[in-house]
Design a protein around this ligand. Structure first.
Ligand code: SF4
Length: 214
């Protein structure tokens, strides 16, 4: 069964998600075995995201995508949706899932897809990510590990910065938190002409991580 949720921040745009960290191999620094800074304060690992009713569909989705009919069912679920976000929480941890997501994207050309990910760190995802990025209706954004606004990749992406400091040069700031935490019509994350988006750190855990790192 397809379980998609509405994301209130994104003006109610729908998302298909998994459990944060359980499905985020890119969240771990392979040299230290520790969470990278951006994931140490991940909003989706705390608070409401731990409530049983929020966790349940994310846990079930981890098995559901393996169904043969999943692509067809997702395509049907996206009918009429102008925008869609993959992974309000979690990541496309399995290359077989990534190929299925690619099929959903190419079979729904009227829907604009935004897919944030850290899976580009793993070579086996390179081909499918390149194909996704070639689709005109898809914005794949590589998530920086930094919470200091750094972004070192050549592809489109996003980073987190300390709201007490200046917006990183060359990045487009997310203004949702000046609009009561809502996108309020902004669709920059889906816009392929916007290279890097900078999100101000927010939430108690993330802000305390930034304070400790300062
Ligand atoms: S940059 Fe725009 S679209 Fe992206 S999260 Fe912020 S307000 Fe929403």
């Amino acid at each position: 069964m397809i379980r998609i949720s509405k994301v209130s921040k994104l003006d109610g745009i729908k998302s298909w998600s998994l459990v944060a960290r359980d499905t985020c191999p890119g969240s771990i620094n392979p040299e230290t075995g520790l969470l990278v800074p951006a994931c140490a304060g991940c909003y989706a690992a705390y608070g409401n995201y731990r409530y049983p009713n929020v966790m349940a569909p994310r846990v079930e989705n981890r098995e559901d995508w393996k169904r043969h009919e999943w692509v067809t069912d997702m395509v049907a679920a996206l009918e009429g949706e102008e925008y869609f976000r993959w992974f309000d929480s979690g990541d496309m941890y399995d290359a077989r899932l990534a190929w299925k997501i690619y099929d959903v994207m190419r079979l729904t050309p009227s829907t604009k897809h935004w897919l944030p990910t850290r899976m580009a760190k793993f070579a086996k995802f390179a081909e499918v990510i390149d194909l996704m990025r070639d689709l005109p209706n898809v914005s794949v954004r590589f998530s920086s590990d930094s919470v200091n606004g750094e972004y070192t990749q050549s592809a489109h992406g996003s980073t987190i910065y300390n709201p007490e400091k200046a917006v990183p040069e060359t990045a487009t700031p997310c203004r949702a938190y000046q609009n009561k935490g809502k996108c309020s019509g902004c669709r920059a994350c889906w816009d392929k002409s916007v290279a890097v988006i900078a999100y101000p750190a927010h939430g108690r855990v993330m802000l305390s991580k930034i304070k400790k790192a300062a």
